[in-house]
Design a protein around this ligand. Structure first.
Ligand code: NIG
Ligand code: FE
Length: 426
């Protein structure tokens, strides 16, 4: 019909359509974090992987043309929302660290285990021995499970190689995985995850290697868009982190930071000063650090699963951050040491129970704010005309069940770039 837009997919009559649309192009702050752009009885129409309409069902019906080839999905009584964006993972690795989990239960801390040669180093040993294919084969099933739990975009860090060749191997494995399954992967270079043991007595030389050799090669081969550093006493100081991140910025890598995870050590201030896209963890930030962050566009990526599993009872002050106007995102931190968590819904549930977020704030944190934390706020994270059609159909009528009934998978259908990427057979 004249004037109507053609579409190849329409998801219609959702009991709750969460568009996450807001009057800003930036990450959501303060009260906007509670506004999910909820439409009761809403539809989304898609053409060539892009959203052409997302509105009340009658409005969409008038705007689009449903032809014989159009796939029509009835979402009556269900929730339709953007796919989850997981903005912080170390999902590419080999082996398990279940022995460390048990050691922590018997009283050791994460830092003590690291100081004794375990921790990140244990995974580095495994990853260095692995071929690129083994890394891919071990990580692929994790990504498949993440998709089933609704993740459609995720950030993936290197950082278990810690030699130029092994860091490149990890980033190449991330690139392979990006093309092998529906989740879109955003690669981050994290050669500064830890000083490897062979450089323990000459840490400056390892930092030189990161700055002079690794960063240029990563950029030259276009293997990552972000550079991240584990800024924490015992790992990298703020001065070291600043040197590495500035070298990354000069070469074209946007800065991210593991900041103030265990102790208040100036990580949040550094993130603000350097213009980081995100400051992550923040379980122990200082008041000054938070005020500095609140004056910037940096997204606070909170990882409550890590705090929970480490058992140190230190949680990011999410409510205070939101009051200060800091945009908050949630991630899994999926990694073999501190957080073998794959489901974003667990981060949502723990974000509510442990950090005090409301279900609406947690959903905002796991979608549009997480998209901004990985530089994709313009293309994913909300259901708006022109954006990529990444969406979930949940087999529940109220989105708050994501947080309340969080250990159950409510994701019925995952749509990535307009295609059905997963469908749960019940
Ligand atoms: O985000 N904090 C540093 N890195 C990871 C842990 C990685 C590991 O233990 O293997 C984290 O928690
Ligand atoms: Fe991490």
């Amino acid at each position: 019909m004249a004037g109507k837009k053609p579409c190849d997919l329409i998801v219609k009559n959702a009991g709750q359509l969460l568009t996450l649309k807001a009057a800003t192009d930036g990450p959501r702050r303060g009260p906007l974090m509670s506004d999910l752009g909820l439409i009761s009885g809403g539809s989304v129409a898609v053409r060539d992987g892009e959203i052409v309409a997302a509105d009340r069902a009658d409005v969409v019906e008038r705007a689009v043309e449903v032809a014989t080839g159009t796939l029509v999905i009835d979402a009556r009584g269900k929730v339709v929302m953007p796919g989850f964006v997981d903005p912080h993972t170390h999902v590419v690795y080999c082996g398990s660290r279940v022995d460390e989990f048990e050691a922590r239960l018997l009283g050791k801390t994460y830092k003590e285990i690291a100081q004794e040669g375990g921790g990140i180093n244990a995974t580095v040993n495994r990853v260095r021995r692995a071929e690129r294919d083994e890394l891919v084969d071990e990580s692929l099933p994790r990504l498949e499970r993440m998709l089933e739990w609704g993740t459609t975009t995720l950030e993936a860090k290197s950082g278990y190689g810690l030699t130029t060749d092994d860091e490149i191997k990890m980033l190449l494995a991330i690139r392979d995985l990006d093309g092998m399954q529906p989740i879109q992967l955003v690669p981050t270079f994290m050669g500064a995850h830890q000083i490897p043991p062979e450089y323990a007595r000459e840490r400056g030389k390892y930092i030189d290697l990161v700055v002079d050799e690794m960063i240029p090669e990563v950029v030259e081969r276009e293997l990552a868009g972000f550079c991240d550093v584990f800024c924490e006493p015992g790992f990298f100081s703020t001065d070291e982190a600043e040197r590495i991140l500035r070298a990354g910025i000069e070469a074209g890598l946007a800065p991210k930071l593991h900041a103030d995870e265990f102790s208040s050590s100036g990580g949040a201030q550094l993130a603000a000063k350097i213009g980081a896209v995100s400051a992550d963890h923040l379980a122990a930030p200082s008041g000054d650090g938070l005020i500095a962050l609140s004056k910037t566009d940096c997204v606070a990526v909170l990882l409550p699963g890590t705090s929970f599993l480490l058992g140190e009872h230190k949680y990011a002050p999410a409510k205070g951050m939101i009051e200060l106007g800091i945009p908050v995102a949630l991630g899994t931190d999926c990694n073999p040491g501190s957080s073998p968590i794959e489901a974003m819904t667990l981060s949502i549930g723990l974000g509510c129970v442990l950090l005090g977020l409301t279900p609406a704030q947690a959903v905002c944190a796991a979608t549009i704010n997480a998209a901004h934390a990985v530089g994709l706020g313009g293309s994913v994270g909300s259901l708006e005309v022109g954006k990529q059609a990444d969406m979930l159909i949940l087999d529940v009528a109220d989105y708050r069940l994501l947080a309340y009934h969080f250990a159950t998978n409510h994701v019925q259908t995952v749509i990535k770039r307009g295609g059905i990427a997963h469908h749960k057979h019940s």
